[in-house]
Ligand binder design. Structure first.
Ligand code: NI
Length: 269
């Protein structure tokens, strides 16, 4: 699969499952903006059957190489980001994994059971990034129990391997060229911003500012019946030039830590 096909397929599936993202994309387009994608993100567990190197494979095949590494102590996560130096203006790819050995026996056992029920031959393929949940219908009771300890674990348990978010590059926008303008526009249109740690994560001095909407609430079929839970979200990022005049290309763990919470459980009024 080539670069173009891979990203169109990821975007089409993501946009279908997350109507707010498509809606926001269209709203900016009507305003005459051309949207570039700053980065996409995947989530997984650090089990070697499906860990970061496994998820990276499809991206390495089309020219991506690992660049930065990040740690999130409280959430027990490790992440890397990859960049593609071949294709111009290609989005960064951010992949995180839950460090299972740091979790409770309940989380470890549950995730291990779930991974044991995967069909491994399916999982080895680079197609894994399109597969979603490869362990079958989730149990709502388990989802709830996982959430008590890790919203991240609960999210991956339900959704598996799919793009967790796409990101509008504010640098590509003309009229909405600050994060304040973007956030104001989104709020006017009725979207709920993730306000954990403030609506804007990061500062110009940190060379990266980010914000995001809270994930769409969608119907998910559990073994016990349909429940409404958060799915994926849309993010917004503005990058600033470093001392050499080059746009900063990394991430900040402190900001990303709060952005992760865009998929935390919430109910719409
Ligand atoms: Ni992000």
């Amino acid at each position: 699969m080539n670069y173009q096909d891979l990203f169109s397929r990821l975007w089409n599936e993501y946009a279908l499952q997350n109507p707010s993202a498509k809606k926001i994309y269209n709203l900016f387009s009507y305003e005459g903006e051309t949207i570039e994608n700053d980065h996409i993100a995947f989530r997984t567990f650090n089990d070697n059957r499906i860990n970061i190197p496994v998820i990276s494979k499809a991206f390495e095949k089309i020219g991506y190489i690992p660049k930065g590494e990040y740690f999130f102590e409280e959430k027990k996560l490790r992440a890397i980001h990859l960049e593609n130096n071949i294709v111009e203006n290609s989005p960064r790819v951010f992949i995180s994994e839950l460090e299972l050995e740091k979790c409770s026996a309940f989380v470890q056992d549950t995730i291990n059971n779930v991974l044991n029920s995967m069909r491994l031959e399916e999982v080895k393929k680079e197609e894994i990034i399109f597969k979603g949940n490869v362990w079958g219908k989730p149990e709502f009771a388990i989802y709830e129990k996982l959430r008590n300890e890790s919203e991240y674990a609960a999210w991956v348990y339900v959704y598996g391997f799919r793009t967790n978010h796409f990101t509008v590059s504010i640098n590509s926008l003309k009229k909405y060229n600050t994060i304040e303008k973007v956030n104001e526009f989104l709020k006017q249109k009725g979207f709920i911003l993730n306000s954990s740690g403030g609506e804007i994560k990061g500062t110009p001095e940190m060379l990266l500012q980010q914000s995001s909407i809270m994930a769409d609430i969608i119907d998910v079929e559990f073994k016990e019946g349909v429940h409404q839970i958060p799915a994926c979200y849309y993010e917004f990022a503005l990058r600033f030039p470093d001392a050499d005049g080059k746009l900063y290309s990394g991430f900040h763990a402190k900001s990303a830590d709060k952005i992760f919470e865009s998929t935390n459980f919430y109910t719409k009024e």
